[in-house]
Design a protein around this ligand. Structure first.
Ligand code: ADP
Length: 444
C-alpha cells in the first residue's frame, strides 16, 4: 500500500505527458512506416520519461529474433547496453536472454529483479556481470502483438532509485506497444503486397514474351506458305505436298508449345483455386516413364543427348495417369533443356509402398543458393535471355506430387548436373503387387 501511495504521489509519467508521448509516437509511426528506423526514436520518447533504459526486440514469424533498438539514459551505460546486446544477441533457440513474454504474450512487471530473475535471462556469468553494470532493477516487459501473433517485445527498465512501474505506466507502455505492433505489421503487409505486385508484373512480362516467341515463326511460316501458294497459283502450278507438310510441321510444333504454355497457366490457376482433381487408376510407373522417354527421343537426338533408362521391374501403383505423365514430362524436359547435351538417366524403382523415380542429368546444375526456391511459383535460376521458360514447371510438379501424397526434391551443384528424385506412395494396392519381380498385372 505504501509503495502504491508513493507511485501515485510521484508518477514519472502524468496523464498529460502520457498523452503527449502517445501522440508523438503516433506521428513517428505514421512517418516511418517503411522501415524499423522509428524504433530508436520511439524508445527515446520513453527513455528517460518513463524508463531509464529500454530495448525493442523484434522477431518471430519467419525472422530471427533481434534487438531492433536499445537506449539507456546514461551515455556510458548506453554503450554498455549496446555492447551487451551485441555480445549476447537474443537466440530464439535459447530462451535465456529473451524476454519470456515472447513465449507467453503477456505483460510482465517486476518491481525488483532478484538474482534468480537475472539468472533466468542471462546466458553466463559475463552476461550477468554486464547486466549488473547497467544499474537497473525494475522491469516492465510488454509484448508487441499483431493479429494475435507476438511479433516482438518492448522491455523497459528503471534503476533502483526510481519507483517501480505503476499500473498507469504499464497501460501507456502497452498502448504504445500496440500501436507499434500495428504499424510494423502494416509495414510488413505493405512490403509483401508490393513484392507480390512486382513478381506479378515481372511474370506478366516474361509470360507475354514466352507466348509471343512461338507466334513469330508461326506467323512467318504461314505467311511464306501463303506467298508460295499465291505465286504457284498465278503460274497455274500445283503446290508441293512436301513443302506444305514441312510448314505444317513447324506450325504444329509452335502450336503445341503455345498450348503447353497456356495449359501451365491454367494449371496454376487451378492449383491456386484448389481445384486440382485426381482420377486414380492402377498403372505401372515404369511403363509410363518409358512411354514419356520415348516421346522425348526426337528432341534428345536433335540435342545429341543420350537418354538412358533403368527400370528392371514394373512398379505398380494407383495414380492419375495424365498428371503422372505431366510430372515425368516436366522433369525430363528440364533435364534436356538444362542438360548441356550430356546423357540423361531415368530410374524407376520401388521400395515397399513407395515408388521412386529419379531423373539425373550432367548439365548446368543449380547453385545451393537457388536450389531452395526453384519449386516456388515463377522462380527461375537462369537468365531468360539464355533459357526461355515461365518458372512454373517445377511448381506444378511439386503441387501434383504433393496431391499424390509424395515428395520431390533436387540435389545439384552448379556446373555438375542435377538429380531430381520423386517419391510417391503407391496407394491402396494389394500386398502381392508389392513383391517384385514378377508383380502381377493389375486387374482391369
Ligand atoms: P522453367 O524451366 O520454365 O524456368 P521450372 O519450374 O521447370 O521452370 O524450373 C525452375 C528453374 O529451375 C529453371 O528456371 C532452372 O533455373 C532450374 N532448373 C530446373 N530443372 C533444372 C535442371 N535439370 N538443371 C538445372 N537447372 C534446372
Amino acid at each position: 500500500m505504501l509503495l502504491r501511495a508513493r507511485e501515485v504521489e510521484e508518477p514519472r509519467l502524468d496523464a498529460m505527458r502520457a498523452a503527449r508521448v502517445l501522440a508523438e509516437a503516433g506521428a513517428l509511426l505514421a512517418a516511418e512506416l517503411e522501415n524499423e528506423e522509428c524504433m530508436e526514436p520511439l524508445l527515446r520518447l520513453l527513455v528517460p520519461t518513463l524508463a531509464d533504459a529500454g530495448v525493442f526486440f523484434l522477431g518471430p514469424g519467419g525472422e530471427a529474433v533481434r534487438a531492433a533498438a536499445a537506449v539507456h539514459a546514461e551515455p556510458a551505460r548506453h554503450a554498455l547496453l549496446v555492447e551487451m546486446l551485441r555480445r549476447y544477441p537474443p537466440d530464439p533457440l535459447d530462451p535465456r536472454g529473451l524476454p519470456a513474454l515472447f513465449l507467453t504474450g503477456r505483460t510482465e512487471r517486476v518491481a525488483e529483479l532478484s538474482d534468480a530473475h537475472v539468472e533466468t535471462f542471462t546466458r553466463d556469468s559475463e552476461h550477468a556481470r554486464l547486466f549488473a553494470l547497467l544499474g537497473v532493477t525494475r522491469y516492465l516487459g510488454v509484448p508487441l502483438v499483431a493479429r494475435g501473433r507476438v511479433i516482438g517485445a518492448l522491455a523497459l527498465f528503471r534503476s533502483e532509485e526510481a519507483p517501480a512501474f505503476g499500473d498507469e505506466e504499464e497501460r501507456v507502455a502497452e498502448e504504445l506497444a500496440r500501436r507499434a505492433a500495428l504499424a510494423l505489421d502494416n509495414a510488413r503487409l505493405l512490403r509483401e503486397a508490393r513484392e507480390a505486385v512486382r513478381l506479378r508484373d515481372e511474370f506478366l512480362g516474361i509470360a507475354s514474351h514466352e507466348l509471343k516467341t512461338p507466334l513469330t515463326p508461326l506467323h512467318l511460316k504461314v505467311q511464306l506458305l501463303q506467298k508460295q501458294v499465291d505465286v504457284l497459283a498465278a503460274h497455274g502450278k500445283p503446290v508441293s505436298a512436301e513443302r506444305v507438310s514441312e510448314t505444317l510441321d513447324v506450325v504444329q510444333r509452335q502450336v503445341r508449345k503455345l498450348t503447353s504454355l497456356v495449359d501451365n497457366l491454367l494449371d496454376v490457376s487451378r492449383i491456386t483455386a484448389g481445384r486440382l482433381k485426381l482420377e486414380l487408376e492402377e498403372m505401372d510407373l515404369a511403363s509410363v516413364a518409358a512411354e514419356i522417354l520415348y516421346r522425348f527421343a526426337p528432341s534428345a537426338a536433335q540435342l545429341h543427348c543420350s537418354l538412358e533408362m533403368h527400370a528392371p521391374v514394373p512398379v505398380l501403383g494407383r495414380w492419375d495417369r495424365l498428371r503422372l505423365e505431366q510430372v515425368v514430362t516436366n522433369l525430363l524436359s528440364n533435364a534436356l533443356k538444362y542438360g548441356a547435351g550430356q546423357p540423361v538417366r531415368l530410374t524407376v524403382e520401388a521400395d515397399g509402398r513407395t515408388a521412386r523415380l529419379t531423373v539425373e542429368d550432367g548439365g548446368i546444375g543449380i547453385s545451393a543458393q537457388d536450389l531452395p526456391r526453384i519449386f516456388e511459383r515463377f522462380e527461375r535460376a537462369v537468365s531468360d535471355r539464355h533459357y526461355g521458360g515461365l518458372g512454373l514447371g517445377l511448381y506444378i510438379t511439386r503441387q501434383i506430387v504433393e496431391a499424390f501424397g509424395g515428395t520431390v526434391r533436387a540435389t545439384s551443384a552448379l556446373g555438375h548436373g542435377s538429380t531430381f528424385v520423386l517419391e510417391l506412395p503407391r496407394g491402396d494396392i494389394p500386398d502381392e503387387w508389392l513383391s517384385v519381380p514378377g508383380a502381377p498385372e493389375p486387374v482391369p
